[in-house]
Ligand binder design. Sequence first.
Ligand SMILES: NC(=O)c1ccc[n+]([C@@H]2O[C@H](COP(=O)([O-])OP(=O)(O)OC[C@H]3O[C@@H](n4cnc5c(N)ncnc54)[C@H](OP(=O)(O)O)[C@@H]3O)[C@@H](O)[C@H]2O)c1
Length: 358
Amino acid sequence: MKTINIVVFGIGNVGSTLVNQLIALKEIWENEREIEVNIPVILNSTLAFYTKGGASPEWETNFEKFGVPYRLPEVITYIKEQKLENLIAIDVTASAKIVEAYPYLIENGFHIIAANKVANTKSQQFYKELRELLKVNQRKFLYETNVGAGLPIIDTLQKLVNSGDKVTNVRGVFSGSLSYLFNTFSDSNAAFSEILADAKAKAYTEPDPRIDLSGVDVARKLLIIARELKLEIEIDAINVESLVPKTLNGNSTLDSFYKNITLLDHAFLKKKENLVPDKALRYVADLNVQTQELNVNLLEVDRSSPLGALKAADTLFEIHSSAYKDKPLIIQGAGAGTTVTARGIITDLLSLTAQLNN
Ligand SMILES: NC(=O)c1ccc[n+]([C@@H]2O[C@H](COP(=O)([O-])OP(=O)(O)OC[C@H]3O[C@@H](n4cnc5c(N)ncnc54)[C@H](OP(=O)(O)O)[C@@H]3O)[C@@H](O)[C@H]2O)c1
């Protein structure tokens, strides 16, 4: 039996789903895979819950009852005292502070699995130094859910690169929330703001929808893909068409954004009215590997194309390469959501566990 010891950082939407999925899998993995999953510590931004004997289905109630204020060194000391092996930190936060602690975790023996995109979108220097530190300490870093949630985007790109294929272009609709907005808007008579409200009610958007509409999240995903393809670039190199008018951007309040939302309605209605019948609006990310051009734009695409035919909140990634020259390799499906993202983290966990010796 191989025992893995997981410290979970972050128990929001995705993190809590992940802990529940791991508890449900525990017996199955023990019986079918000879893997014992132990979760000794569960953390949010202020509290640590030391599960003592493992997380049970009542962990959420116990977290509230027995969670104690923590500092990271105390957590590490506890793990060391318990003489636990096969240490894995799972970062299910959006926190830059946790990423700053990655070197400390790695030096203390942790492998890292992250849904958090921050580590892969900081400076190129940090990106490189992190990988060097991982190498020196013989630790692994897996982050499949950084792009496309549970869809196998990073894995596919790595396999293509490792097999000697040359990826030339990656393009697509990378954001589930923006996919929903434009797929619905292109086919409906409702105002853009009504569709935005509907998307928010369905929990497709961030609490502040300007984070989606500014294109920052899509640009981060494009950067992660570009770096996977060995381009040494910074986030500023990406040309991003923000969909938030300058007057309503991050410097003004969310309240004033909603008060002036009709500005967006007018702008998008005009774009739609100018569309010829066989075209649809899509928020498209595009990477040309050879020219190192990275763009995120609202484009008019043919309705008959894979991008034009997208429905609901699906994302789509088109990968063009030497091998996939005439027809791109297409990966399509839900690119956001707690269940699929937590499953994606578990796929990383299985792949990491398979690489551990004992
Ligand atoms: N939702 C999706 O579909 C999806 C898909 C792919 C990737 N992701 C990524 O997954 C991550 C989590 O998303 P989410 O929707 O679950 O976020 P969320 O609901 O906002 O939860 C974030 C969690 O992180 C905790 N946290 C913040 N700072 C921390 C710190 N310094 N130490 C320990 N815990 C800390 C928060 O604790 P407090 O409650 O105490 O603040 C909270 O429990 C994000 O990076 C997101 O981009 C999400």
